[in-house]
Write a protein that binds this ligand. Structure first.
Ligand SMILES: *[C@@H]1O[C@H](CO)[C@@H](O)[C@H](O)[C@H]1NC(C)=O
Ligand SMILES: *[C@@H]1O[C@H](CO)[C@@H](O)[C@H](O)[C@H]1NC(C)=O
Ligand SMILES: *[C@@H]1O[C@H](CO)[C@@H](O)[C@H](O)[C@H]1NC(C)=O
Length: 424
């Protein structure tokens, strides 16, 4: 693992190689392009790519769920120790924040999530998950400081929010986040400026009636019919109340109640998620979901209680427009303009949005599709597999985004003020 020490010096070397005299605040395009190409070449060398594959396989074999990533956290700290990177720990239970550089501004954060999904892996391979019911299946110096944010609980737990409360973003000007995607070819990067992922919330409702014999419904108050009616009415929130040009989703994904063919149960529990691209639309949905369920229950003589606190609400993930240009510059130098693809916004959501709500942030995807290696299933599928060639691209793009940002902004004392804020 010793050769990995080269990652840290590389940032330093780049800063020293490129003379940063105070008389010159900008670097030539050739000098900046060198950052991107050097990182990709380094990330593709057998030592570095094999190191990344080894770490990735170990993490994959021992998945841990949100806020329980103790072994994962330990492994990351051991790797940081070995590379001589100083860090703070713990934040948000298992989180780590590493620092490369002088501890002076500008601070650029790179975010990585550590948690797995609660699902059973179905891929048969040498490094299959060794933990039943858990799997990693998500598409998860002289002149400045790179801040490595290893956060717990991205999958619905809102780990990012707690990391921030624990000070992970102290002094940080900008933050970058990346996920892999099986929909786009290896060697491509995919993103867009502005809103990229939706805001989300979760709800659960208990609809209570009065149980009884299924053959004598007049003596019971049937919560199954009430819940069914509520579910059908919820569909109209999108089709009849939302602006058709303002994308929103309401999905009831959970319906639990009854256990026999001939017994009307006392109560039924339903639950689901809703998505929108603005706070206003998300709160409007929250209000109406509660109203519709309670009133539909009442139509059927049942009572309903609705709760929204099973999981934290996530904000919209918005990509800063200035950082989008920065991303295009880096990606074009590294991969060529034809490898940068436009993405449509997705109704999925990301707790990266907690960071990008308070500082300029940028979230993008790296493609991993390679048909000669077979079909790669999308994230959150139990058949999810990673084309490990993607690790070199992801690492190189992340490192270049950070290094180049520092090279271009080291002369600004307070970079936060200098970054044009996204006006959306
Ligand atoms: C943030 O900046 C202040 C002032 O320069 C410094 O004292 C503090 O140590 C910095 N925090 C981190 C985490 O580097
Ligand atoms: C609904 O709540 C009211 C008021 O608490 C109660 O009187 C009634 O029995 C409840 N109905 C059912 C079906 O639980
Ligand atoms: C796709 O996979 C094949 C087989 O491993 C490999 O030879 C080829 O270079 C890969 N393509 C890209 C673009 O990485």
């Amino acid at each position: 693992m010793g050769h990995l020490r080269r990652w840290v010096p590389l940032i330093l070397i780049l800063c020293i190689l490129i003379p940063l005299s105070s008389s010159r605040s900008t670097l030539t395009p050739e000098e900046l392009a060198l950052v991107a190409t050097s990182f990709l070449n380094l990330a593709k060398t057998p030592e570095v790519s094999e190191y990344m594959v080894r770490i990735r396989r170990r993490l994959h074999e021992y998945p841990e769920l949100g806020f329980e990533e103790f072994e994962t956290s330990k492994l990351i700290r051991a790797a940081l120790d070995e590379m001589g990177i100083r860090y703070k720990h713990p934040l948000a239970v298992t989180g780590i924040v590493g620092y490369i550089g002088t501890g002076k501004p500008p601070f650029v954060a790179l975010r990585a999530d550590m948690d797995a999904l609660a699902m059973e892996e179905t891929v048969e391979w040498e490094h299959k998950s060794k933990v039943s019911g858990k799997m990693h299946a998500c598409g998860h110096d002289a002149h400045g400081t790179v801040v490595l944010v290893f956060q717990p609980a991205e999958e619905g737990g809102g780990g990012a929010k707690i990391m921030m409360e624990d000070g992970a973003l102290e002094n940080v000007s900008v933050i970058f986040g990346v996920h892999v995607t099986a929909r786009y070819p290896i060697g491509t990067v995919v993103s867009r400026p502005g809103p990229i992922l939706a805001a989300s919330g979760f709800f659960e409702a208990v609809i209570s009636g009065k149980g009884g014999h299924a053959a004598i419904p007049q003596h019971a108050v049937d919560p199954i019919v009430a819940a069914s009616s509520a579910i059908v009415s919820l569909q109209h929130l999108i089709s009849r109340e939302a602006d058709p040009l303002d994308s929103q989703v309401v999905t009831v994904a959970k319906f639990e109640g009854g256990g026999a063919y001939n017994v009307i149960p006392d109560s039924v529990t339903i639950g689901g998620t809703f998505r929108a691209f603005s706070k206003e639309s998300l709160y409007q949905l929250t209000r109406r979901i509660e109203e519709v369920i309670r009133r539909q229950a009442s139509v059927h003589r049942c009572n309903a209680s609705v709760s929204f606190d099973a999981k934290p609400f996530y904000p919209v993930t918005e990509n800063d427009r200035y950082l989008h240009q920065h991303f295009l510059n880096v990606a074009e130098d590294m991969l060529g303009a034809s490898k940068i693809l436009d993405m449509k916004p997705l109704m999925g959501s990301e707790d990266f949005s907690f960071y990008s709500e308070v500082i300029p942030g940028y979230f993008y995807y790296v493609g991993m599709k390679n048909e000669t290696l077979g079909v790669y299933e999308p994230g959150h599928s139990p058949h999810f597999r990673v084309n490990e060639d993607v690790l070199s691209y992801g690492a190189a793009v992340q490192a270049s985004l950070a290094a180049r940002y520092i090279l271009e902004h080291h002369h600004e004392d307070e970079a936060v003020k200098e970054v044009p804020q996204d006006e959306l």
